[in-house]
Design a binder for this molecule. Structure first.
Ligand code: DI6
Ligand code: FE
Length: 409
């Protein structure tokens, strides 16, 4: 007995090469759920007689996709940075503002203050919850959440605890990433190697607090590839998967660093050499594209999409939701920007927010509609990927299901 049968849908299975993957060719139209997993997929006429179901949903020809996966966010933090954005509109640069104590360190101050004392995790949760709710309303069923605005043990662990609690409060699967190597905190100014020692010692506590991956900021003024090499080697021994902010402003060899550590993904990549593209391709790592940051920073640099495509590097699309460079709480808007700014096709953007987003998190149990995978599903008031990706404002979401449960309709 199935728990739910969806009929008369237009399935975008997102299986590479399968009919319906680009949501344009005629493909299967019915899907059944049992025990939170996809139990059967086929044509409306092929639904086996005799398998009962208490719940049947008529999709009326709408597009059915895997639930969206936002594989790169910093949504847990306190405070905002609108004044910095305004200063940049007036001609200041991100680097100038950071050198004056703004940038990441200004959010670190706000987050440490919110997280300190009794009820700190609660305060982080209530500051961050509206951002997560907004993301969910755009069809997100799995979200990655990074730490990295604490940069000390208590605040980093409080951020990870807040991420975990949000995953219990709201119908979404949360994957936490430890980003202690986001910036050198003021108390370690001029002593980055001493701070890296602290991070290495923190890895097991971060894993115990729920982190499943480690990330770093490989950038001029942040961390070098050589420094992150040590951290990633220790993180791998701790069982954490590797992800990296690479090539946002300058190419520091981040893609090659990810490849050396068999990492899941290199993210940003506005500055990436042909050797970096080849390294990602050889390692099977994902390129995570974050067009919200290009838009907000008004940065004309673009990831080398044509070269990544030609080399067969899978491209994910994510929001990078953060208060400084990408205050974006809509994954469908990020998909739209990936097409308009970076030149992805709508089918690539949809794959980037489903199958490839899941790959960027090392999650093989979601991101495609196949029997046995999680029944994380979105039903859209749309006919295909182009309809879905063209919209920038209110997403055309008709229903969202997490493990087969209707959580948004
Ligand atoms: N992601 C990041 O982590 C940095 N830039 C980006 O796109 C810094 C974010 C920040 O300024 O807080
Ligand atoms: Fe980021």
């Amino acid at each position: 007995m199935w728990d739910l049968l969806i009929r008369r849908a237009r399935l975008a299975t997102m299986q590479p090469g399968a009919p319906g993957a680009a949501a344009v060719e005629p493909g299967p139209s019915a899907l059944a759920v049992e025990g939170g997993r996809i139990a059967w997929i086929g044509g409306d006429q092929a639904v086996p007689a005799g398998v009962g179901t208490p719940l049947e949903l008529d999709a009326e020809g709408r597009l059915l996709t895997p639930g969206l996966v936002d594989c790169h966010t910093h949504l847990v933090h306190a405070g905002g940075r609108a004044a910095e954005w305004e200063a940049r509109l007036g001609g200041a640069t991100y680097q100038e503002l950071a050198a004056q104590g703004g940038g990441i360190l200004s959010t670190v101050r706000a987050t440490r203050e919110a997280a300190g004392g009794a009820g700190g995790v609660d305060r982080l949760v209530s500051e961050s919850r509206p951002r997560l709710e907004a993301l969910l309303a755009t069809g997100v069923t799995t979200v990655e959440v990074k730490s990295g605005y604490g940069l000390d043990e208590p605040t980093e662990l409080a951020m990870l605890a807040a991420a975990r609690r949000l995953g219990r409060l709201l119908p979404v699967s949360v994957q936490a990433t430890f980003l202690g190597a986001h910036a050198v905190p003021p108390e370690f100014a001029g002593r980055p190697d001493a701070y890296l020692d602290l991070l290495v010692n923190l890895l097991s506590a971060a894993a115990a607090a729920g982190a499943v991956a480690v990330d770093g900021y490989c950038e001029a003024g942040a961390f070098t590839a050589a420094q992150l090499d040590q951290l990633f080697a220790a993180a791998t021994r701790e069982g954490l998967r590797v992800k990296l902010h690479a090539g946002q402003f300058t190419d520091q060899g981040g893609a090659e660093l990810v490849a050396r550590h068999h990492g899941l993904s290199a993210d940003h990549l506005e500055h990436l050499s042909p050797a970096g593209v080849a390294a990602l391709a050889a390692a099977g790592a994902v390129a995570v594209l974050l067009p919200g940051a290009s838009l907000t920073l008004r940065d004309p640099a673009r990831p080398p999409v044509a070269a990544l495509r030609a080399a067969g590097v899978p491209m994910a699309v994510a929001t990078d939701c953060n208060p400084g460079t990408s205050p974006l709480t809509s994954l469908t808007a990020a998909m739209s920007l990936a097409c308009s700014l970076y030149g992805l096709t709508p089918a690539e953007a949809l794959a980037g927010a489903t199958r490839v987003g899941a790959k960027a998190l090392g999650l093989a149990d979601r991101g495609q509609l196949t029997v046995g995978r999680r029944a994380d599903l979105c039903l859209w008031r749309a006919e295909g990927a182009a309809d879905l990706c063209q919209s920038i404002g209110a997403p055309p979401l008709a229903a969202r299901l997490v493990e087969g449960r209707l959580v948004h309709a």
